[in-house]
Design a protein around this ligand. Structure first.
Ligand code: SF4
Length: 242
């Protein structure tokens, strides 16, 4: 069992949180198989055994680190959201600020699975490397969900509601510009993440995201008022009093 998947992580200037990720390779099998393109049950026992064995190998190589920081008060105009040390150039996300009640603040986090999983991919055959790639994507997404929920709990403990998370590259927030802003504000280099000029992170299985906290908010994402009707990433369809 990889104890590190269950270990607590220090969020900068804040409490320790326990991510409680599953440690049993079987718990990742369905999601990893789906990412690999299997539809329905994987019927061939030898494939199932091999995938689960690679998941176990991959999980043993995962070393999660995370940092977060909150800043405010938030100011916005039609093109951007700004707070002390951090700016988000997204007119879509800026459009929901006017539906929020003060205080409006911005939280930001970064997390990485470390570089060992990537190194492993270079040492195995194509099929096994693909399992590790899909596992990495699944664990990164799960860590993002857990940190979103940890930050949301933190806002809640201060009687604030918060938006869903959004990352550089989401909606109309340019990837390279967004990652530059996040890195200048949060210094994810402190947990071993660097960025290339394009905004791509190294290690690749890393995530950065921003969330907005407010006394009250009506939209958790801009999706309900976004004109991009054919967007494949659309989340909520309505607002509510949060
Ligand atoms: S519909 Fe798509 S582009 Fe529009 S706010 Fe939602 S995720 Fe962003």
């Amino acid at each position: 069992m990889n104890e590190l998947l269950q270990a607590p992580f220090r969020l900068i200037g804040q409490r320790l949180v326990k991510l409680n990720l599953p440690t049993d390779p079987n718990d990742y099998f369905t999601a990893v198989a789906r990412r690999m393109g299997y539809v329905g049950k994987v019927r061939e026992p030898s494939i199932r055994r091999r995938v689960i064995s690679q998941i176990a190998t991959g999980l043993a190589a995962v070393r999660i680190s995370a940092v977060s920081r909150i800043t405010g008060p938030v100011k916005s105009d039609s093109k951007k959201i700004e707070a002390d040390g951090m700016a988000v150039y997204s007119s879509r996300w800026a459009s929901i600020i006017r539906f929020m009640e003060p205080p409006v603040v911005m939280g930001c986090f970064a997390a990485t699975l470390g570089g060992e999983l990537e190194n492993l991919k270079g040492k195995v055959g194509l099929f096994d490397a693909y399992v590790l790639e899909c596992l990495g994507a699944e664990v990164t997404e799960t860590v993002g969900d857990k940190l979103e929920s940890a930050l949301s709990d933190q806002f809640l403990s201060q009687a604030m509601a918060c938006s869903r998370r959004f990352s550089p590259g989401y909606c109309d927030w340019p990837l390279a510009l967004g990652q530059k802003a996040v890195f200048e504000f949060l210094n994810p280099e402190s947990i071993g993440i660097t960025i290339m000029r394009t905004g791509t992170m190294v290690p690749e299985k890393s995530i950065t995201a921003v969330m907005l906290g407010a006394g009250k908010l009506y939209y958790k994402t801009p999706c309900p008022i976004c004109p991009k009707k054919d967007c494949p990433y659309r989340r909520e369809s309505t607002g509510g009093n949060f």
